[in-house]
Design a protein around this ligand. Structure first.
Ligand SMILES: [Zn+2]
Length: 605
């Protein structure tokens, strides 16, 4: 399999072909230039499309037809305007799918969304990346010397094909206005098949090579919402839009463009013709806001994607409705419709490795001290957790056992701590009479457990590491403290834990909760601040359903991470721990499961 292959699928349907196809041709070219093996899919090659490809000097060996797409693509980019759901689902079977300026009802189902021309906050759910800076803007912009020409210069351009006949409509509007004696050019693109006669005084041009860098030569550009509108604005030209569809009209308004009716008002009421011409020659409608843009190449962005996408829910393993609940530049969060877990699709693998640095610098950044400095506090927490486990397991001490069963051998309960780090829990378990065993991916931590604490531990990744060779059902308890959220796939993890535990054994873990006070205040903010290597996010409610499917019964939930001061409205009265409001909200937090973290104790069936 060649992981570098990228398929670009443009919108070529009659009526809205040109702009999308042109952009996809550029993207394919740029990806090729960046060393990626990109292909352009042309579902149906018409004469007009061939003409456009030839005019762009596109390498025809990079064009695929619909019978040639059964290849192992690493990425599929859809620039399809409104992608039908059946088509999207078909593409998703092949590879992760990125949508560019997707305006359809299935936006939610895209793995990643990049909005270039869809303004932030427009009626659609937010994209992963929204940046007009991904547009390639013209190099040439209008200066005062460019406005000295005698006749007002007007360009009318409605793309490669003007199915709605807006070009002719604009010519008629100009004829009705008080702009006289202007030099009008109608750009009749390569895909335009219309044979409607155009008045003699209008210059008709089939194409203007490298149009973007000629826009500055005009005083007025009349076009529809799209790339040319932005390019012309940036070039410092007065831009007026007409709209092929109500969608174009809405989006143009949201982006703040002037429309053709405002042009009519400007040109009929206010001034006599020479003054009107003078105004258009010396001013530009907008464009200044585009000047401060940080520009980035879309090909570089696409090329940087190496997605990690969940085909099924990483906790219950079922195929679920994949509706996104929040998108950020590096990730998309979804909620499983079957078990309720929130999980993450990533644009690139998470950048964290669990080595020494994690327990020192990263830990300190998060908790104010290193893991080892925090040891006494961690021991105290471990003892509380061990008490809960002992109670559920009805663990007897060696003395109690001897009294009740004189003469029989005493077997202490065995506990496996996965992600044991520097062994605080293992150390407490040893003190409490358990036989502890640890596993951790950080070598330095494992050495510390083995040598300083004299507790057996292995260096490796769970569940790949072969922990039990001769007998499964070995452990009385398996624990994972703030570890479960770090697995990209929990399904084999839960299956292996079930295999390792004795029937009736305890699986105990702690993890952040998305239904705590922070998640309820703003789930989006909560997810935005969630670390990049927390692949699944749990809640007390959903964990019962999810664990039941994996063969566990939740017997106890302990709310931790209760923060009365984070409550909306009342939080400001609960800043002090001695305060009555603080104490009241703390009780509420525990009863209503509003902690930002929680512990789960589940019995293996
Ligand atoms: Zn699920």
């Amino acid at each position: 399999m060649n992981p570098a292959w990228i398929l670009i699928v443009p919108c070529c349907e009659e009526g809205r072909g040109g702009g999308h196809l042109n952009r996809c041709i550029s993207l394919t070219n740029e990806l090729r230039y960046a060393g990626r093996e990109a292909y352009l899919l042309i579902q149906e090659k018409t004469e007009q499309i061939t003409k456009l490809l030839e005019s762009r000097e596109f390498n025809m060996s990079w064009v695929l037809n619909k019978n040639q797409v059964n290849r192992p693509f690493a990425l599929i980019v859809l620039d399809r305007y409104h992608t039908p759901n059946a088509e999207l689902l078909q593409w998703k079977k092949h590879a992760p799918v990125i949508g560019i300026d997707e305006g359809g009802r299935n936006r939610d189902n895209f793995d990643f969304l990049i909005d270039i021309l869809i303004p932030e906050g427009f009626e659609h759910p937010a994209a992963n990346i929204t940046s007009i800076g991904l547009l390639e803007l013209p190099k040439k912009r209008r200066t005062p010397t460019d406005t000295k020409h005698e006749k007002l210069k007007i360009l009318i351009s409605f793309g490669q094909e003007d199915a709605a006949g807006l070009g002719l409509k604009a010519i008629n509007k100009l004829a009705e206005s008080n702009i006289k004696d202007a030099e009008i050019t109608l750009l009749k693109g390569g895909l335009n098949k219309s044979e409607t006669p155009i008045p003699d005084y209008v210059k008709v041009s089939e194409s203007i090579p490298n149009l973007a860098d000629h826009l500055y030569e005009y005083d007025i550009v009349i076009t529809h919402y799209g790339i040319t509108a932005y390019e012309a604005s940036y070039a410092g030209v007065n831009v007026f839009l007409d709209h092929p569809t109500p969608y174009h009209k809405k989006i143009a308004k949201a982006a703040g463009f002037l429309d053709i009716n405002q042009f009519k008002i400007l040109t009929t009421n206010q001034h006599e013709p020479t003054r009107t011409a003078e105004i258009f020659r010396t001013t530009s409608s907008c464009g200044s806001w585009l000047s401060s843009l940080k520009q980035e190449k879309i090909a570089n962005l696409i090329s940087s994607f190496n997605p990690q996408i969940n085909k099924n829910c990483p906790v219950c393993g079922k195929a679920t409705n994949k509706h996104s609940i929040a998108r950020f530049p590096d990730r998309t969060y979804r909620r499983c419709s079957k078990c309720g877990t929130i999980y993450m699709d990533r644009a690139n693998p998470a950048p964290i490795e669990y080595e020494k640095e994690y327990f020192f610098e990263s830990y300190k950044k998060q908790y104010g001290k290193t893991y080892l400095e925090d040891f006494p506090n961690l021991i105290a927490m471990a003892k509380r957790r061990l008490k809960v486990i002992s109670r559920i397991l009805r663990v007897k001490s060696a003395e109690e056992h001897k009294l009740q069963n004189p003469g029989s051998i005493y077997y202490p309960p065995i506990v496996l701590d996965i992600g044991c780090a520097y062994g605080a829990f293992l150390s407490a378990a040893k003190d409490e009479g358990f036989l502890p065993f640890g596993i951790d991916p950080a070598q330095d931590a494992v050495t510390y457990v083995q040598e300083t604490l004299s507790i057996p531990a292995v260096h490796g990744f769970f569940p790949d590491y072969p922990l039990v060779t001769n007998s499964s059902q070995h452990y009385d308890a398996v624990t994972m403290w703030y570890v479960i959220e770090h697995f990209t796939d929990c399904v084999p993890v839960l299956a292996e834990i079930k295999k390792l535990l004795k029937p009736g054994g305890i699986f105990a873990f702690s993890t952040p909760s998305f239904s705590g006070v922070s998640g309820r205040k703003s789930l989006r903010d909560f997810l935005k601040n969630s670390p990049p290597d927390h692949f699944t996010i749990w809640s007390p409610k959903m964990c019962k359903r999810a664990l039941s499917g994996a063969g566990f019964k939740v017997t106890k939930i302990v709310m931790t991470g209760c923060h009365p001061e984070r409550f909306p409205y009342l939080g400001k009265y609960a800043q002090d721990k001695e305060n009555r409001m603080y104490k009241l909200l703390m009780v509420l937090s525990k009863i209503l499961h509003l902690g930002d973290t929680f512990e789960v104790y589940a019995k293996r069936r």
